[in-house]
Design a binder for this molecule. Structure first.
Ligand SMILES: NC(=O)c1ccc[n+]([C@@H]2O[C@H](COP(=O)([O-])OP(=O)(O)OC[C@H]3O[C@@H](n4cnc5c(N)ncnc54)[C@H](O)[C@@H]3O)[C@@H](O)[C@H]2O)c1
Length: 302
């Protein structure tokens, strides 16, 4: 056991399986008392069971750690509040929350139903809001704490998961808003875009060149939750196997100014192509490469 998180209380959503489970186990092994939240659903969000969260609590206890299970749905305000209430009632404080819970309902945009859009956005985006909302109220009074959201490289866009991509883009903006709004209270907020072998990534239809284990992602999360990372906020990090990367902040790339202070379509047509231009979309460039490879009969790599 290490002591990166000695004395801290950490709540982890979606920690019954996959990356969340690895985060809960690693946090406990580093000295944290842990709230294990998991609704215990299938990849598409159906068939909840409380056994999944309870199983990880037993694993932590068997290793000599302390944990408590919460089997609530993070996409409800009551669920987010209960995770925070249970942390306070069981352990008396809350130092960090990690929002890992997620589901997938894959469909091309032109066929996607409301029932495929709403639960995906609700689990990832609202499910991060409900926990950040309840936790930040406690952390603001406490004068410190750490919020961690889970996003995905797919926030850049996705062929057949517009719901998931939109939710993951939303998580980044929510994290940056939390970083800005809570900075003066000593609360940090960061996002992790992982790539790891889990039941969720098992459904990806191509070879992933860069992929690793949930434990690699857990190591980054433990670091971000620790006092060693107190100065880090508003960031998005990726762990993909041996790779650790930071994402750029969104910023304007090039600007042009109209001579008389106003724009017309004609004025824009005269200036935009030469002076402002486009920023090529990396995902689209890669998609076109993959389509060319597939047309040659090669197995596409991502
Ligand atoms: N595995 C990857 O390579 C990868 C890549 C990019 C992003 N992510 C993100 O990382 C996170 C973890 O993914 P994973 O691969 O470990 O998935 P996973 O399916 O193994 O685990 C997700 C867990 O979340 C739980 N969950 C789902 N809905 C919930 C709800 N409403 N309330 C509480 N718990 C709920 C599930 O029961 C499950 O145990 C997700 O947010 C996912 O989008 C994963």
């Amino acid at each position: 056991m290490g002591n990166f998180l000695a004395g801290k209380v950490i709540a982890v959503t979606g920690s019954g399986r996959g990356i969340g489970r690895a985060v809960a186990l690693a946090a406990a092994a580093e000295g944290a008392r842990v709230v294990v939240n998991d609704y215990g659903v299938s990849v598409d969000g159906s068939s909840p069971t409380s056994a999944v969260a309870e199983g990880v609590v037993k694993e932590i206890e068997a290793a000599g750690g302390e944990a408590v299970a919460v089997a609530d749905d993070v996409s409800t305000m009551a669920g987010g509040q209960r995770i925070v209430d249970v942390a306070l009632a069981s352990f008396g404080r809350l130092d960090g929350v990690v929002c890992v819970a997620g589901i997938l309902r894959e469909r091309m945009l032109f066929n996607m139903t409301e029932d495929e859009w709403d639960p995906v956005v609700a689990t990832h985006l609202k499910g991060t809001f409900t926990v950040f909302r309840a936790a930040s109220a406690v952390m603001r009074k406490q004068g410190g704490g750490t919020l961690i959201g889970f996003t995905s490289g797919n926030h850049q866009g996705s062929v057949s998961q517009a719901n998931y991509s939109a939710a993951k883009g939303g998580v980044i903006s929510l994290v940056r808003s939390a970083a800005l709004g809570l900075n003066k209270y000593g609360v940090t907020a960061n996002a992790v875009a992982p790539v790891a072998r889990t039941r969720m990534s098992a459904g990806v239809p191509m070879e992933l060149a860069e992929i690793g284990e949930p434990e690699d992602v857990a190591a980054l999360v433990v670091y971000l939750l620790s006092d060693r990372a107190r100065e880090i906020t508003g960031q998005v990090y990726t762990v993909a196997g041996a790779k650790l990367a930071v994402w750029a902040q969104p910023r304007e790339l090039r600007a042009a100014f109209s001579e008389d202070g106003a724009w017309t379509p004609e004025g824009i047509a005269a200036v935009l192509p030469e002076s402002v231009g486009v920023d090529p979309m990396p995902m689209l460039v890669r998609l076109e490469e993959m389509e060319r490879a597939a047309a040659r009969g090669e197995r596409p790599n991502a």
